[in-house]
Design a binder for this molecule. Sequence first.
Ligand SMILES: [Zn+2]
Length: 164
Amino acid sequence: MNKEGHVLNAVLLGIGLGYVLEPAGDVATLRTIAEVTIPVTLGALFPDVDTAFGRHRKTLHNFLVLGVFLAYPFVFDNLQFVWLGVLTHYILDLAGSKRGLALLYPWDREFRLPMGVSTSSDYASLVTLLITGFELLIAGSLVFYAPSYVPQELIEHGTTALGA
Ligand SMILES: [Zn+2]
């Protein structure tokens, strides 16, 4: 997926998550949208840095990198929501393009889904919207039906890292 698609996905995901986390549609919702959208967008832009440093779709498109961003909220109590941008970047690359990702890098093998449209396709934006809707459905289901499975450190500011 191209940069435009990743930004569209991240911004819509941020707005949607604002409503998932603070459904009232009031000031708290707007505040949450602001809180979530920028970190998710930054995270969504990060993996393609490997077009300049490293090897594209390998060096920064893998579980190791995702794990680092997942660890930050727990270890340093910062970078909340950036991991989500990284994750949605992978999902969009996997589902919204033909080529795979070296998810187990440094192992070179690229994994792909038996789906996806080429990044230059007329349907690229439609696929991006569908994937974003699907992600919001999952996020909404988790928050509403299984909130205890969502670690608060990942989605909340000001929580004490590691229960200390
Ligand atoms: Zn990418």
